[in-house]
Design a protein around this ligand. Structure first.
Ligand SMILES: [Zn+2]
Length: 206
């Protein structure tokens, strides 16, 4: 029986997605992503920079719908109920440096990401095939490194120039279990994990 969690991908490629959706529909989707990114949050407060639906579309288009972290084609909407089985095909707008860690809506800090990678940082694996990971023909993601068109070198640099956040991100990357706990804590409470708060307040060691 086909359920939401094991169904076939709705779109076979980026081109297929463009063919099966109207541009108005795509812009409306981008509009909802922008609205979410602009929304006030409990801890990070009001976003200093407002992102437009055109910004979101340019990010989605440049990525050709592929997740920045795993490379899966992520252009489906999140289904109601369980989305475990399709998580890497659901498209979201992600922050390289999370809002709760001080990141904002500047374009250098925004990437297209699948819902799975966006929710679970420790599950970010290039070319992952679990949770619905979908890699259309013609895109050899396994052989390729993360494509540079997704984020230009200068954008990478800009993201890396934020020293405190870089330190926190490095720590979380090296301690995936802590990162997972901190992330869930933030999702549930809307607040930074106390450990992350402490790290952000400490002066830089180097
Ligand atoms: Zn992903």
């Amino acid at each position: 029986m086909e359920t939401l969690s094991n169904r076939e991908p709705l779109y076979h490629s980026w081109t297929d997605f463009l063919a099966k959706t109207a541009s108005q529909e795509r812009l409306a989707w981008c509009e909802s992503k922008a609205a979410k990114a602009n929304r006030r949050r409990l801890m990070s407060g009001k976003a200093a920079i407002r992102v437009t639906r055109q910004d979101v579309w340019s990010i989605l288009e440049r990525a050709e719908g592929r997740c920045y972290y795993c490379g899966s084609l992520a252009v489906e909407h999140q289904p109601a109920g369980s989305w475990q089985g399709v998580g890497r095909r659901v498209g979201t707008l992600g922050h390289l440096v999370a809002r709760a860690l001080g990141g904002d809506n500047n374009l250098e800090n925004l990437v297209w990401a699948c819902a799975w990678c966006n929710t679970w940082p420790h599950e970010r694996r290039w070319a992952a095939t679990d949770h619905g990971g979908h890699y259309p023909e013609g895109v050899d993601v396994v052989a390729a490194n993360r494509p540079s068109y997704i984020l230009s070198p200068s954008q990478h640099e800009a993201a890396e120039r934020q020293p405190i956040q870089r330190r926190v991100r490095k720590f979380l990357a090296e301690n995936p279990e802590v990162a997972a706990k901190a992330f869930v804590y933030n999702r549930l409470t809307g607040e930074k994990h106390p450990l992350v708060s402490r790290m952000l307040e400490e002066p830089e060691a180097d």
